[in-house]
Design a protein around this ligand. Sequence first.
Ligand SMILES: O=C(O)[C@H](O)COP(=O)(O)O
Length: 322
Amino acid sequence: MTHLLVAGKLHPSGEALLRELPARGVSVDYVEEVSEASYAPLIGRADALVIRTQPLSAATIARAGQLKVVSRHGVGYDAVDLPALDARGIALTIVGDVNSVSVAEHAMMQLLAAAKRVLRADRAVRDPGQWGWRNRLEQQEISGKRLLILGYGRTGRNLARMAAGFDMQVRAYDPYLQQTGWPQGPVPPVALAEGLAWADCISVHIPRGARPAIGAAEIALMKPGVILANTARGGVVDETALAEALRSGQVGAAGIDVFDDEPPAPDAPLAGCDNALLSPHIAGLTEECSERMALASIRNALDYLDGTIAPGLIVNREAPNV
Ligand SMILES: O=C(O)[C@H](O)COP(=O)(O)O
C-alpha cells in the first residue's frame, strides 16, 4: 500500500479526498498543525508528503527512508531543503497556476488599501476623538498612477490585468523573461533602476533569493512616498530597510503579507509601522484557492507516484527518479 503523509490543515474538500484514498490503496497520516516537529516523526513510512509552509529540513529528509515525492501546497519552496531532496533523488512538485488570481487580488487590495490609507481611516472612526483625521489622511487615487511589477509571471500578469481596469500605467521587470523573450501584450519591460525611479506603486512577485532583491539601495532609488506591496516571500524585501523607509516617509505606505520569519516576532521591524497593512501569509488562502491548492497538492503527490504528473509541475526535474 502507498502511504501519504499530509502535513498541515487542508480545505474540507481536500480532507474529503483524503477519506476516499484508503479505498484506492493509499493509506494516510494527516497532521493538521503547521510545524516541522508535528510531522517529522511520521515521515519514515511516507512514500509521498504534502506540505504547507512549514520547513522541510535536511535532518527530517534524512529520516525519510522511502519518500519519493514532496508535494508543495502552494508555489514557493524556500522552506524546503532542495539540495537535500536532490541528493536523495526525491522529487518536489508545486501546484502550478491555481493561486495566481487570489494572490494578484490580494496585491491589488494592498495597493488600494495603502493609497486610501485604510488602516488610519479605520482608527479615525474607532478611536475616540480621531474623526478629524479625515482631513489629514493624505489618501490618493491610483487611477493613472504608475505601477511597477517586479516578477512578470502568472501572478504579475494577473495583477497587470487588474491594474489596467484602474487605468494604471504598468511596466514590469523580470530578468528571466527579459533574457528569454518578453510576452506580447500592453506591458513593456523596464530595467530595475529605471522602474524603481519611475513607479508610484511597486508590487513584488519574485522568489526569495540568497539576499533581499529590494534592500536599502533599491529603496533609495524609489520616488519618495511610493507604495509597496509584497505578497511574494519574506526576505525579498529587506524588512529592516523597509521599516526605516516607512518611518521616514520614503515609502509612504505598504501592504505586506509575507515575512522573514513566520509568524514574525512581536518586535519584528514592521510590527511598529502603522503605515503598513500586515496580513498572515493569506494571499492564496481564499476559499476558492484553498480548495484548488488542497486538491492539486494531493493529486500531484499521487500522480507523481503513478508517473502521470505533468512535467511542468516538478521543480527538480533532474532528480534521478523523475
Ligand atoms: O498556506 C499555504 O500553504 C500557502 O498559502 C501556500 O502558498 P505559497 O507557498 O504559494 O505562498
